[in-house]
Design a protein around this ligand. Structure first.
Ligand SMILES: Cc1cc2nc3c(=O)[nH]c(=O)nc-3n(C[C@H](O)[C@H](O)[C@H](O)COP(=O)(O)OP(=O)(O)OC[C@H]3O[C@@H](n4cnc5c(N)ncnc54)[C@H](O)[C@@H]3O)c2cc1C
Length: 482
């Protein structure tokens, strides 16, 4: 028999931005219990400390701050101030700061690839992104989020029944039909210099995010936002239980038994955990119903290295450099395992709210989960240390050698921190034409919130997770209470 303290009107599993935003809605409608595996709330949108340095665990900014501010109004945490970040592509002779409009982008790319019709390519990106932006498939209809109406609620912001144009063709295939230069095709289809599987719809949204709409950093930092959200939920009717990993969920006639070290009961559950892991912990009946959701492939993971220097000379002025060692004539490290990959270099001390008095860089590079699977812990730590050094070495021809490693995070770290299947960082694979909304599951009264609640994070990772949390909360209370 469950005790009263173990029952709630709503259980939220996981306290990332998706979980916290749904709790922020639900707390006005009943008793909410949040169960979190880690020792703190915030999920991947938080920080950790290494000596004097407070370092971001995951996001380094996000897109569509106007959508985000409308959602903050909905959650009554007020609007926030954001500053736009700058991204510089550093690929040998191809070296430019990504501008803030498609018109400027077109001019830059026409100069770099004078033989190619870059005006047409950029016009296509612009046209498709304006078609796809803010849209997703929900209840088999194409819907759109209205940014203004978001402040009144996620459900009130959605209008459906739009005409659906299919943009699921591969961007690579599409642009190859009228561009010949391989670098030009790769750049417009993936914002990089490698072949990509992204759809035309997803590639256009990505360019919109980096160029026209921008990537922004909140003045109070990402942790500051999570602290505000948690504070807003307050303690009235809300219990937060940390260090409490959910290991099983069983459905009964009138609700769910959620099992950790002990059993909790609730009529409705919002899950902020990766559906691939959720799938493993639900009972057989639920698994059968959820099966169609789980044939989605997860996106790539990254290796992240944090390093500092007292006397670095970083030769670019943007907050972020996207560096391609194999295109840099000065870089001769072709025996380095990272030579042929893209390295994102973030100069952390250039973000407004971060002040260290030293240069702190975050290096990120795409890696696969399999590269880090080791037989023993010792082997894993040894590999982590070797690969961190190797990553620092491959960027040394650009940023110099005067950096000291603070720490690093691998796909296994992301699997543990966020509970992300194979350490994926940016959600599921971006090869659908439109994002599919997965917030409502085939199991009645079980909702998804977070980055995996959409097949593509259609307004960017953090904003989509925030939106999904609000939507999950509103749907969970919708039937009877709201
Ligand atoms: C390295 C990295 C870089 C990123 N960069 C960006 C970026 O620049 N911009 C951007 O918009 N997005 C970025 N993202 C995506 C980002 O993580 C999301 O935007 C956002 O933080 C996702 O939030 P979420 O709600 O899905 O929850 P998460 O942050 O994934 O949190 C899920 C929570 O659930 C908990 N949990 C998991 N399993 C259980 C269980 N069984 N029981 C109890 N609790 C459990 C976890 O401990 C965690 O607290 C990045 C992610 C990573 C990992």
């Amino acid at each position: 028999m469950l005790q009263n303290s173990n029952t709630a009107d709503y259980i939220v599993i996981g306290s990332g931005v998706g979980g916290l935003s749904s709790a922020c809605i639900l707390k006005d409608y009943g008793k909410v219990l949040m169960l979190e595996k880690l020792h703190r709330y915030g999920g991947t949108s938080y920080t950790f400390r290494r000596g004097e340095f407070e370092l971001p665990a995951g996001p380094l900014g996000f897109s569509y701050p106007d959508y985000v501010n409308s959602m903050f109004e909905r959650l009554n945490i007020g609007r926030m101030v954001f500053r736009r970040k700058s991204y510089q592509i550093i690929a040998g002779k191809i070296n430019f700061v990504i501008p803030d409009s498609f018109e400027k982008l077109s001019k830059i790319l026409e100069r770099i690839f004078p033989e190619e019709n870059m005006e047409k390519a950029v016009n296509e990106l612009k046209k498709v992104s304006s078609e796809v932006k803010g849209k997703f498939v929900w209840r088999e209809k194409l819907c759109r989020v209205n940014e203004q109406r978001l402040k009144n609620g996620a459900l009130k912001s959605i209008s459906c029944d739009m005409d659906m144009v299919d943009y699921s063709v591969s961007a690579q295939e599409y642009f190859s039909s009228f561009l010949r230069d391989e670098n030009a095709v790769n750049l417009v289809s993936s914002l990089g210099f490698k072949k990509s599987e992204q759809s035309l719809g997803a590639a256009s949204i990505m360019w919109d995010i980096f160029c026209e709409s921008g990537i922004w950093y909140p003045e109070i930092g990402i942790k500051g936002i999570m602290d505000s959200l948690f504070k807003k939920i307050g303690s009235k009717g809300f219990s937060f239980v940390k260090n409490m990993e959910v290991k099983k969920i069983r459905q009964e006639e009138d609700g769910f038994v959620v099992s950790c070290e002990r059993d909790y009961f609730s009529r409705k559950v919002v899950s902020n955990i990766d559906p691939a892991f959720l799938f493993e912990i639900v009972d057989a009946d639920m698994r059968k119903k959820l099966e169609p959701l789980y044939n989605k492939t997860h996106g790539a993971s990254v290796l992240t290295v944090y390093a500092f220097s007292d006397n670095a000379a970083i030769p670019f002025e943007s907050t972020h450099g996207l560096y391609y060692p194999f295109m840099d004539e000065k870089n001769e490290a072709d025996d380095n395992r990272f030579y042929y990959r893209e390295v994102e270099i973030t100069v952390l001390n250039r973000l407004e709210s971060v002040r260290y008095g030293r240069d702190v860089v975050i290096l990120r590079i795409p890696v696969s989960y399999e590269e880090f699977v080791c037989k023993t812990k010792e082997e894993y730590y040894q590999l982590k240390s070797e690969l961190s050094k190797e990553l620092l070495e491959v960027v040394a021809p650009l940023i110099g050698e005067r950096f000291t490693i603070l720490d690093c995070a691998t796909p296994l770290t992301y699997e543990w921190w966020g509970g992300r299947y194979s350490g994926s960082v940016a959600g599921l694979r971006w090869d659908d034409g439109y994002a599919e909304c997965l917030v409502e599951t085939p199991v009645e009264n079980l909702y998804l919130a977070g980055i995996y609640a959409f097949s593509i994070p259609f307004i960017g990772g953090f904003p989509s997770s925030l939106f999904s949390g609000i939507l999950a909360g509103e749907l969970a209370v919708d039937e009877n209470e709201s």
